[in-house]
Structures are given as structure tokens and as C-alpha cells.
Design a protein around this ligand. Sequence first.
Ligand code: ATP
Ligand code: MG
Length: 799
Amino acid sequence: PSIDADALLVGLNPQQRAAVLHHGGPLLIVAGAGSGKTRVLTHRIAHLLATRQARAGEILAITFTNKAAAEMRERVASLVGPSARMMWVSTFHSACVRILRREAATLGLRQSFSIYDSADSQRLLSLVARELDLDPKKYPPKALQSKISNLKDELVDPDAFAATASGSNDFDQALAQVYTRYQQRLRQANALDFDDLIMTTVNLLQAFPAVAEHYRRRFRHVLVDEYQDTNHAQYVLVRELAGAGTDAQDLPRGELTVVGDADQSIYAFRGASIRNIMEFEADYPDATTILLEQNYRSTQTILSAANAVISKNPGRQAKRLWTDSGSGPKIVAYVADNEHEEARFVAEEIDRLGDSAGVRPGDVAIFYRANAQSRALEEVLIRVGLPYKVVGGTRFYERREIKDAVAYLRAVANPDDDVNLRRILNVPKRGLGDRSEAMVAGHAERERISFGAALERLEDVPGLGTRAVTGLRSFAEMMADLRALADSGAGPAEILSVVLDRSGYLAELRASEDPQDQTRVENLAELHAVASEFEQSDPDGDLADFLERVSLVADSDQIPSDDGGDDEDGQPKPDQGVITLMTLHTAKGLEFPVVFLTGMEDGTFPHMRSLADTDQLAEERRLAYVGLTRARQRLYISRAAVRTAWGVPNEFPPSRFLDDLPEDLIDWRRRESSNDRLRGPGGFLGGRSGYSSGGGYGDRSGSGSGTTPSWKKSSAASRAGEPPRKAPGSGGATFGSATPRPDAAIPTLTVGDKVTHDAYGLGTVVAVEGGGPNAVAKVDFGTEGTKRLLLRYSPVTKL
Ligand code: ATP
Ligand code: MG
């Protein structure tokens, strides 16, 4: 079937058209967000096929995610027909796996080689480090793993590294030994780790010219999207595959097309370098560069905001980007008192947009900097019945670390909960092997007792070696201690802290240099926040009550909540799609009609770790640019004045990126957090928390007066620029003065102190956490219940 190739050019602007039609030397397309880079790649591929300049098998297109690859393949197929499905459109890693499977024999690998994931490779590294007698405290496997990963990204093999490491510090010398042996062991196991996939392919192409020639002849067109996020190994791989290097005159040359935007480089922490895009013309002297300047995605308002933020980055090349899609609505900004209120604002607004502007859930994306932030959002969405999915991440209660921690708590609450007990028996690793576990399990079965009960009487279990007995016994003792703690009346938050501490779970994650493990720590902090909120909302609840609450939420987690049950006219809502929740990193390349950018606080976004480092701050700013430019029509920006981690509410200043947004682009719905409301029943200090489902959606408005959504009520006052109101003397429980105390006036409390509180009366301090402005005291007010108070705000006086 002949396809009208010219039809593929219709609607493209002159620069886009030139990029699609370009023929000959390497082509670089650099342009800001939403200017049609990905669209040009797609149309270029379709045009090559339609004009028979290339067959599907001769094209290699690289995208950043598998999802993007599938979309591009389908898009091309819809333009030129199903033969396009033969094309190699894939990520770098998948393309390398395909090449390596084909060429395994050349490398002396079996074709069935395994690919080690991060956990596999860490296990192997621990083994190697132990064989080399390295102290795991000084050389944590996680640290070794991330160093080796970096070396592979830089194409430094063990020999090369050993040569540079000799005579350097102890760590590098040990690392060199580990690296060498680790690669040997991978080889013996017929395995490659994730980073090997790229490095080994590069080695293959460089060491075997015939193989390189084969692929260069085969892939006459190599096209790479998101080129700004390639690392060194990927950069060299592209050169090898395209045969476009200066040293490759005698080999066939493919045509290379790369597209990217230096302002959207957000993976420097994984070795990506904008050098590759900045130096493209130096790397490929006969390169052509095309700039795209028209943005087709966003309104002028959104574009101006994004430009204002990115233009603050030092040393960047300014770009012109314009749109003719009109100015559109202003950016809506909202300051919430805390993360729950922020989530509520987002949900209420999505609901309102559905009624007033026909916005469907599928049109909406909610972004956040860190995975852990999804939890507060998810809970509100579940409660109000808005369907959502978490993309590129697992739903909160399905995350491994959350399941592990909850398994501990379940095993504490119920000594006979065999499934959970066995889940955590060797998590983190404590040298308890499958064999010992099987022996205990077999004994339990024969005696018709639970696994937990068998652990209590190890001397009865036949066949266990002394090592195993020692290990199992110390595990059983730990569990017994944890149960004693629970029996003594400790709340779920405290039990969780002790669990994570005693088990070594947290220490292991903290010692790791893997960014994913830092995310796990954040998620556990978030679970701790869940537990603290539970304690506030349910002062009499114990661990079992807490676990029951968790299972209810976790359960509704499994069920897609788009049953349309509480639709007003009872109509189901077909094809409305679901709200997308994702981190900013995952959002790259995508677009949505409505975008909520949440957690705009210094310390949240930009991330705490970046605040003291100019390079990292510049990367965070690029991430902000990526986030802002995902929006097509409506953009919302919100922040929470107070966010809770590890049970400690922390006050965060506004994100510095907010300061860069031109005032005239913004419609402030609420400009400041009202300290009044911090004190009301809806605030984090109050008896009701976001975790409590209480009376349901909408019942948490500050002073509890009726059904007006809280944000509507507060916005009038704050927009008028009134100073924060003093807490009203009436209208429900209040904590008194709304004004934070100066630091000096925060009372220093210790357990046992007697205090008085304006609203709760006389109480006894039962626990103190944090210090300085973040000091929190847990105070038992007798009949008023036990309250957690952020002392900075709370009118407590020490007696
Ligand atoms: P990013 O930098 O975010 O990856 P991009 O430069 O790859 O963005 P695309 O995603 O290709 O941009 O395009 C953005 C939007 O503009 C898409 O919806 C695309 O279909 C549309 N678009 C691009 N070019 C045109 C055009 N010439 N006419 C109409 N729509 C266009
Ligand atoms: Mg793109």
C-alpha cells in the first residue's frame, strides 16, 4: 500500500519540516519543551518508511522509557501501517539486551544469560566482599554497588580502574579488588548486571569490528529522543552504532538524529551529562542543528511561568519559545496548612473542574518530588472516590518497605501470624537460611503449633545447627521485646520506630547510597506519619486497631475506585479515565490538560539534599521546568506550610521557584497558611487528622461550620491581605493564640513535667521529640485525651 508521504508534512512548521526531510550528516534538534521534538522524530521515521528510504528493520529508535517506545511504535504504525511494528523502538537497555542475546557467542556468554537486578547484584557483592574479608561497616555492599555502577556508566572496566586505584586511598584499592572479582563472578554465573548491558555492548562493538559493521549496515537510521539524559556509556554506544565517529571513515555510516533540550536534563545523578548535547557539533563536525521555537502544547501563561523559572539557571543558552494558543487561565496557587489540606484542595478542585469545565479524571495529573508524597494524596482520592493510578511507582501500601514494616507490626500484634513472621524472618538479612526456616516450619506442622510458637521453643526443633539456633533465638528475643513494648501501651508510631531501629532495617537503608533506598527511608517516614496521625485521631487505639485501619486503606488500594458509585445521578462514568499521580522525574516527555504541581516548598522541592549545592539546585530547577511545561491548559501550584516526617511536623518555607513566577500570572486562592486553622479540629494539631476517615470528605473545615469547603472560606480573608486571624474564642476546640512563639519562648519540657494548656487544662508530658522550633511534646490531658503538640504553636506553660 502506498502512503502519501506528503501528508506526513502537513501541519508541520518550516523547521519541523526541515528536520523531517533532512538527509545526510548527523542531525541535532534542540528545542524547549512542547515544541514538537518527539513528534518530529515520529514523523521523520514515518516519512523514511513512506518514501522507502528505509525499511522498518533498518531503523533503531531510542526512547527513555518502554512506555514511550510502545507509544512511538504505535504512532508510526498508525501513520504508515503495521509493518512499522518490526522497528526496533526501545530503551537503551532493551536494545542492548537484544544485541547481546544475538551476539552472546562472540562474547563467550550463553545466549540465555541472566540479567541481575539491583538486589541480585547486591547479594553477589556482599558475597565477594566477605570473601575478600572486607569489613561491611567500612565497605557497605550498597556503597560498592553504586561506585561500580558509576564506573560502568563511565566505561571504566576493572583493569582500568585497578590501574588508577593503585597507590590511592584504601577504599578505592578495595573497590578495585571487589570490582575485578565481582565481574569474574558475574561471568561464571553467566550473568550481566543492569549497567553491564550498555558497557558490554560498547565493548562488543569496539572489540569486534565485524560485529560493529553488521549493525552499522543494518541500522541505517539511528534516532534518539531525550538525548540530554544520555550518560557517557550511552553516548559512546550511539557513536558506535551510528558509525559517525571521526575514526570510522572506512566503515559504513548510518544517519544519526538526536533530539533534546538541555533545560530538561534531570538525570545527572545517574551520570547523564548535558555535555553530550552541548558538544554535539564538536563530536560530529558535519552536524546540522535545527532549532524549534514554536510551542504547541501550552498556553502563553504556562510558558511564561516556565521560562521565568528556567531563565534563572546560570550558564544556560537562552531559547525563544512562543505559542499562538492564547494566554489561557491564570496559574492557580494555593497555600495549605499541611499535606492533608493540600491534598483536599487538589481533590476539591478536580471535582469542581469536572462540574464546571468538563474536565475528566483522565485529563489530570498530579506531580510531586518524592514518592512518599503520594500517600496523603492517595488517601484523599480514595476517600472521595476519585479514580487514580500511580505511574512509575507502586501504590503506597504495596511498596516493599511498607509491606515489610507492616509485616513486622502484624507479627508483633499477632505472634501466630506465620505469613508475616516468615516474611520478615530474614529481612534485613540476618543469616537465617531457608533450610533452618524449613526445619522450624516442619516442626511446627508436626506439632500443630504456629511457626511463632515453634520459634519460642527452639530446643525442641530437631536438626538445627548451633549457628541457626543462635540466629533464630536472637530474632525470637527481638520479637518478644517488641511485643512487651506493645503490651506496655506504646502507640503504633513508637512501636514502628523501635521496629525499624531494632531490626536494623532503617540502618541498612540509610547506609545505602542507592537513591532508591533514600526513597524507601522517606516512605517509611511517611508510614510513621500515618501512625502518628492515627494516634492523634484515636488516642485509645492500639496497635491492632491501627493495623485494622491500615488494611482498610490498603485494601481499597487494590480496588480501582472508579465505580462511579457516588455520582449524583447514579450514572456510571465510562471512559473518564483516571487521574495520574507521578513523580516529576516520571513526567518527562508527557503532557496533560490539567497539571497540579504539589509540595512546592524549599526542602521538599527543591529537595533538601540539593539546597547546599549549586549544581544540584540547577538540576532541581530543570526538574521544575519539566513539571511546569507538562501542562496544556491549566496549571495549579500548591504548597503545604507544614509537612510531617517521623512524627515531627516541620515547617517549610515556600519553594524558591515560586518566587520566580511573575505575580500577574497567578491567581492566589490562598496565600498564606492560616495559623488559626492549624489549631482547629482539622489541623494537624487537632483531634482529627487526614488519616481519620471521621465524618468523611469535607468535614474538616477549620472551625467546623457547615459544608463550605475550607479553601473557599479561608481564601477571602487571606486574599484581602488580612493578617492572620486570632483564634476565635468560640467554635470548637482551639489551641489559643495563633501566633507562633519566638524560639526563646518555647518551653523546654521533659517527660513527667506538668503543664497547663489554654484549652485542655492540666496535663503530664509523656514523650518529647525533636528540639528547637520543631520540638513536639506528647501530653496526657486526662479526660481530654493524649495530644501531640508542636510546642512552637501551642500555648502550654510548664508548671
Ligand atoms: P518535550 O520537550 O516535553 O519532550 P516535545 O518537544 O517532544 O516536548 P511533543 O511532545 O513532540 O514536544 O509535542 C508537544 C505537543 O505539541 C504534542 O501534543 C504534539 O502533538 C503537538 N505538536 C507538535 N508539533 C505540532 C504541529 N506542528 N502542529 C500541531 N501540533 C503539534
Ligand atoms: Mg518529547
